[in-house]
Design a binder for this molecule. Sequence first.
Ligand code: L34
Length: 287
Amino acid sequence: MSKILSGKEVSGRIKSELKEQTEILKKNNIFPGLAVILAGDDPASRVYVNNKKKACEEIGIYSEEYTFSSDVTEDEILDLIDELNKKDSISGILVQLPLPKHIDEKKIINSINPKKDVDAFHPVNVGKIMTGNYDFVPCTPAGIMELIKESDIDITGANCVVVGRSNIVGKPMAMLLLHQNGTVTICHSKTKELKEVTKKADILVVAVGIPNFVTGDMIKPGAVVIDVGINRMPDKKLVGDVEFETAEKVAGAITPVPGGVGPMTIAMLMKNTLKAAEINAKKGVNR
Ligand code: L34
């Protein structure tokens, strides 16, 4: 039986701290605001964006939502971002991914002012993460780092295996673990003898988007297992990329789905939005 790393619980604690910070910022005439852009009709994205708006309300962050239908043009989104980049009441801009297929995701992300890029997806912020002097940490990897802290494991020297190499999760995750002195291996769909690699992990992060991809026999006894996947099954049930039933018998600590990484992602977005408000108040968004 492993310890359950409840993102729901930890994010609740973090959000109440952020609420206090928001009150202090407001007393100092700093008013954080988040703009969320949603294009298309992906039902999962709709749920995530709703959860983000709800978190803003809870904490006292002003928020705006912009929705477009799936036939939106690139220029329409670029024009909106241009406007939001200049708008004083907006400290953070988030374009919910994935975007409709005909939209060039890179072009859209590149148009966001890096000082308002609360996802940390802009190349300037990605570069800063590489070198280790960053303001914004991408929300999902940042949330995972908080959950690992809860597990009481020391990352220094530990074998950390990240399965998945996306720009949103896998790559930045590997960097954050490396900054904390982990010995990091990145695996992906072309990795040979995957099980041999995952079996050696003291910390195993799985972000591949395939239901029940990692099973108990692939896990080292006592390992910390972080499941980033959220897959909706035909019966509407949510399952992760890790087969929970077999994994929790082997792991020392494990995140559930739902209630694990998802709520942490949102808490970290709130944290980044407060940070953006603070930075932009001090330095201005154009410097
Ligand atoms: N730009 N796009 C941008 N930034 C992000 O940080 C994201 N991500 C991922 C998808 N696209 C993005 C999210 O917001 C994934 N993600 C996300 C956010 C919230 C939740 C899950 C993923 C979440 O709230 N999960 C709940 C269950 C939600 C449900 O019922 O479907 C949970 O308990 O895991």
